[in-house]
Design a protein around this ligand. Structure first.
Ligand code: IMP
Length: 183
């Protein structure tokens, strides 16, 4: 689905499908360079990171593996609950592995700072983060992100895996919602 298919649902488009794709390709090139000769384990954070993971790993040229975690995040609303809980853990032992967390968006940073602390106790050889979007104004927990797609304003966005009440993950552009959708 493109934003133009449902124009009444969106306020404005931040990034088009084409812009997102070319940014992902740029990041994949940097990751290929950084991980040359190694085989990273990409850890995707469900559900939002599905699209970022799918596009990033297919744009990469180094071998990699994938695993997934699910953590509690927002409910049906647009504000962080501040509570992080593991709903689905990794199936891979990450001890001595080069782990790259793949995340859709960093808002407060609470989810990722919890995840990083948790994964570090499992003694990976290295642990880095790739996030497609980040809202610097909303950041309350410190997170050291190595690869970032875009820094965006502190507004709620949907598309490219990001949802509102379960919808819009299949929107290929990244857009803000029209007020009538959430009011
Ligand atoms: P944080 O813990 O506050 O950094 O929140 C991270 C998670 O909240 C992300 O993985 C998303 O699932 C969700 N989230 C944060 N901001 C947005 C947004 O603008 N749109 C959709 N989901 C969001």
């Amino acid at each position: 689905m493109r934003a133009a298919d449902l124009p009444e649902d969106f306020d404005h488009v931040l990034y088009s499908q084409e812009e997102v794709a070319s940014r992902i390709a740029e990041i994949a090139t940097v990751i290929d360079h950084d991980y040359a000769g190694r085989e990273p384990l990409l850890v995707g954070v469900l559900n939002g990171a599905v699209m970022t993971m799918a596009d990033l790993c297919r744009a990469m040229k180094v071998h990699c593996q994938m695993d997934w975690m699910a953590v509690s995040s927002y409910g049906a609303g647009t504000k962080s609950s501040g509570v992080v809980r593991i709903l689905k853990d990794l199936t891979t032992d990450i001890k001595d592995r080069d782990v790259l967390i793949v995340e859709d968006i960093i808002d407060t940073g609470l989810t990722l700072s919890y995840l990083v602390d948790n994964l570090r106790t499992r003694e990976p050889a290295s642990l880095e983060i790739m996030a497609m979007f980040r809202k610097p104004e909303a950041l309350t927990a410190p997170v050291d992100v190595k690869y970032i797609g875009y820094d965006i304003p502190n507004e709620f966005v949907v598309g490219f895996g990001l949802d509102y009440a379960g919808r819009y993950r299949n929107l290929t552009d990244v857009a803000t919602l029209a007020e009538h959708v959430y009011k």
